[in-house]
Design a protein around this ligand. Structure first.
Ligand code: AMP
Length: 613
């Protein structure tokens, strides 16, 4: 049954569903929606828009999320969960070497392989924990706009793999949200800056420096289609490192080590250091008291402290450009995301590297959520002139004779979409046809990834080449692939459904693309050889048929000579020497063609004999 949204404030029926955009971040999360054509981030009581991505459980198991939970970090670290995003879609093994980073208990439950978090005697998985944050965001926006919300677009880092995207989608479901799309964060940020004009081709660098993570993504937008060309980054680099550097500097000046402080003092100096850092984004000098002593830092001192961290991010940028095969001058826009990009030194360094002013007019904490809201609005059909499509990251195709990959949906095709192509059989009376579906860029299927296969069976007996088999690939917006095969003369049909588009990790995908470039020449040679062999086998079969059907028409000697040419070609196939195969094919053809013409003439004459004119 369809739900009818009612505006509780006005009592009116809301005709269009509001679809919200959610930035589910490592440190902070927020929700935005399009209001009167403009994206806005939701504020609670007119205050800030960010909800700390922190969940606290009290002794009875009651949940608090956001600012309230954050206050518990110090008093109840074992019952206060932060950075859940780092655990999404991960197994215990994936995160075991990062255990020291978490102050709460991570459990290895090998039955499912996925990490679990233990709080008192209860166990939670990262999907459930993220759903608490999403529920809080849902409640926030429902309070703010007075309507119930069912649909959302949620953003994830561009490098998230299938498991991580699926976990995010499931968290949405658990929070009572229908997740219409999972969108890449850099794509959302570019959308917020309106860099998705359908009529142009732009290359964009999205520099995202948050509290605990750094990402650089290089995107290409063409005809409204976003493609991630490269990503790079550091999952443990961000504003928290700057806070720590300031705190260490102050402690050092007081002759203290961080280990000598009690937890309260540690927390206090960390908070003070963060205040100093933020202050220095607009002022030249910061001064306060800590431990009854004065602590101070100037902007130039701060810049000297963070320069090594900034240099690390620039190195990642250069690496991403290299991976994308682009030079700095090919970047049309640079977009700044994340709270730490408020620091003037960061902006300056990034702008110097790319040789252009950066896009920093929007709030760097809100820009991803604002972009997600725009994407949501496009999906709601409210922005008819905007087009936003995802693309297939790798080509999809089927195996044809000789183990060759026949691409049906090329890499970077728009989804949703469908493509059909006709095939036929290679053997007389063939009853079954196997359709094996592959993903990848290499010419031979053995180097690509098999997604599935099925058999089109019980074909009525027909000569080779007569059946008309339509193979159709249908890709929906969620990356679910349906492949069907229909023999059009007999209407026999078979189909399978394959979940494919997100089935590979970013690294696997990048590796497959790299391999295809690296092996291009070698692949081409093998492909050409296999094509020659296919053609030669076809000629051998035709020759056999010809000899069989024309025993009466030609002398024994002529047919023997034809058999010799046939044998030479058969030997050439064995030798796997492409030139020899082509030469033998040519010789056989030259000898056989006049015979075929004669045979045809004789057949016509025979047919004419019986006809009375
Ligand atoms: P995010 O993870 O994107 O929410 O970014 C949070 C990080 O941005 C934290 O390290 C904050 O301390 C930092 N941040 C927020 N505001 C400022 C500011 N005005 N100047 C410098 N850093 C800031």
């Amino acid at each position: 049954m369809a739900k009818i949204p009612i505006n509780l404030k006005e009592g009116s029926i809301q005709e269009d569903d509001v679809i919200v955009g959610i930035d589910l971040g490592t440190t902070n999360s927020l929700v935005a929606y399009v209001k009167d054509g403009e994206p806005v981030a939701v504020k609670e009581n007119g205050k800030h828009t960010l909800v700390p991505s922190i969940i606290h459980f009290d002794r009875e198991g009651a949940v608090q999320v956001g600012d309230l939970a954050r206050k518990q970090l110090l008093d109840a670290p074992e019952r206060t969960i932060y950075s859940v995003k780092r655990l999404m879609g991960k197994s215990y093994q994936d995160v075991s070497d990062q255990r020291n980073y978490f102050s709460y208990q991570i459990i290895d439950d090998d039955r499912e392989g996925l990490v679990k978090i233990r709080v008192d005697n209860r166990f939670y998985n990262p999907i459930e924990l993220s759903s608490f944050i999403l529920k809080e965001l849902k409640a926030r926006i429902e309070r703010a706009i007075g309507t119930s919300i069912q649909k959302a677009v949620i953003t994830v880092p561009a490098y998230f793999n299938d498991a991580q995207r699926q976990a995010t989608r499931d968290a949405g479901k658990l929070a009572g949200l229908d997740v219409l799309r999972i969108v890449n964060e850099p794509t959302a940020a570019s959308l917020a800056y309106g860099l998705n004009r359908v009529d142009s081709r732009e290359t964009i660098a999205v520099y995202d420096l948050g509290g605990g993570t750094f990402d650089i993504s290089i995107l290409r937008i063409e005809g409204g289609i976003f493609e991630v060309l490269a990503t790079h980054g550091d999952t443990y680099l961000g504003g928290d490192d700057f806070d720590r550097a300031i705190a260490d500097l102050w402690l050092h000046k007081q002759g203290l080590e961080s280990e000598q402080l009690n937890p309260e003092q540690k927390q206090a100096i960390r908070i003070l250091a963060e205040d100093a850092k933020k202050h220095l984004s607009t002022q030249e000098y910061f001064e306060e008291r800590f431990n009854n002593k004065q602590v101070a830092i100037s902007r130039s001192e701060f810049e000297a402290l963070i320069d090594p961290f900034i240099e690390k991010t620039l190195k990642s940028c250069r690496k991403a450009l290299e991976d994308a095969g682009l030079s700095i001058s090919e970047i049309d826009h640079v977009v700044m995301v994340g709270g730490s990009t408020r620091i003037p030194r960061v902006k300056e360094a990034v702008s110097d590297l790319f040789g252009q002013a950066v896009n920093d007019q929007l709030d760097p904490d809100e820009v991803v959520a604002l972009g997600a809201a725009i994407q949501a609005d496009i999906l709601a059909g409210n922005q008819k002139d905007l087009l936003l499509l995802d693309v297939t990251p790798l080509s999809l195709g089927i195996e044809t004779i000789g183990g060759l990959m026949d691409v049906i949906v090329p890499r970077n095709s728009k989804v949703p979409g469908s493509v059909a192509r006709n095939y036929t059989t290679s053997v007389d009376g063939q009853k079954n046809l196997k359709i094996a579906v592959y993903q990848g860029e290499r010419d031979l299927v053995e180097h690509n990834r098999k997604l599935g296969e099925f058999v089109l069976s019980d074909l009525p007996p027909m000569a080779a080449g007569i059946p008309k088999i339509e193979v159709k690939f249908l890709l929906n917006a969620d990356g679910i692939l349906k492949v069907s095969a229909t023999e059009l003369r007999s209407n026999k049909e078979q189909q399978i459904e394959i979940r494919s588009a997100y089935g590979l990790s970013e690294e696997e995908m990048a590796q497959m693309l790299l391999d295809s470039i690296e092996h291009a020449q070698e692949d081409m040679a093998v492909k050409a050889l296999r094509e020659s062999i296919n053609e030669a086998n076809h000629i051998l079969r035709s020759t056999d048929r010809f000899i069989e059907q024309n025993k009466e028409h030609f002398s024994r000697d002529l047919l023997d000579e034809l058999s010799n040419y046939r044998e030479a070609l058969s030997q050439a196939i064995q030798s796997a020497d492409k030139n020899l195969i082509e030469k033998s094919m040519q010789e056989l053809n030259e000898f056989a063609t006049p015979l075929a013409h004669q045979a045809m003439d004789m057949t016509i004459l025979e047919a004419m004999k019986d006809r009375k004119v």
